[in-house]
Design a protein around this ligand. Structure first.
Ligand code: MN
Length: 235
């Protein structure tokens, strides 16, 4: 990768971070057949496919972003066009997700969750967060190590496909998980809150490199967590 390309990707990443809540950008003004409405857009990956090596391998990133995530976005938009949903933002849609098709629920969740996931990682990150995130985690969980332990537990105990989350709910930081592509913004979700950090524990997120060893994937992922992005969401 040449320097110019790198700078351009870095600027995209910086721009993406500044607009963090606009992972809710899903509300685009693109006109749909039959009228204007909510449409999802796949945000550019804020780093090259190979940037997360060795923790997440290049092929996994290519397939995960280029195929899985792209398909969620395409299928969510197909369902939105077919179902005449009145929501104009992703949050609004998730707040009434019990009223739409399973196709829309699964794919809208997949579209949104992955944008959060990509922007929650960056090469050369990880470590222990300082400042307000560090303080908030210490306050809620006692220590950063304890937070990691509880979050890892949520990621490991989610049976089958799903996500582990750190959310803020009614002023409190909470950890939990959701099945499939559900997220804590969905009215149907047992875990409720505004996501600060999400970890994809679908096998498609790690199987090529880690096979059945989800624990090794989760352990490696901590080296990529972009605490600056989490701080931006914490507000
Ligand atoms: Mn995924």
């Amino acid at each position: 990768m040449d320097r110019k390309h790198f700078l351009s990707r870095s600027l995209q990443a910086a721009a993406g971070m500044a607009l963090a809540p606009s992972i809710l950008r899903a509300a685009s003004s693109t006109a749909a057949p039959g009228g204007e409405g909510l449409r999802f857009e796949q945000a550019p990956l804020p780093y090259p496919f190979e940037a997360l090596e060795p923790h997440i391998d290049t092929l996994t990133m290519q397939v995960h972003y280029g195929k899985h995530h792209a398909a969620y976005v395409k299928n969510a938009n197909e369902a939105l066009a077919a179902e005449a949903v009145p929501a104009t933002s992703a949050e609004q849609l998730f707040g009434t997700i019990g009223a739409v098709s399973t196709k829309l629920r699964n794919n809208a969740g997949g579209a949104w969750n992955h944008d959060l996931f990509w922007s929650s990682m960056a090469p050369g990150k990880g470590g222990t967060p300082l400042g307000k995130v560090g303080d908030a985690l210490n306050g809620a969980f006692g220590s950063f190590d304890k937070f990691k332990e509880v979050f890892t537990g949520a990621a490991m105990s989610r049976f089958g496909s799903g996500w582990a989350w750190l959310v803020v709910h009614e002023g409190n930081l909470t950890i939990g998980s959701t099945p499939n592509q559900d997220n804590p913004l969905m009215e149907v979700s047992e875990l409720k809150g505004r996501p600060l950090l999400g970890l994809d524990v679908w096998e498609h997120a790690y199987y090529l490199k880690y096979q059945n060893k989800r624990n090794e994937y989760v352990a490696a992922w901590w080296n990529l967590v972009n605490w600056d992005a989490v701080a931006g969401r914490l507000g």
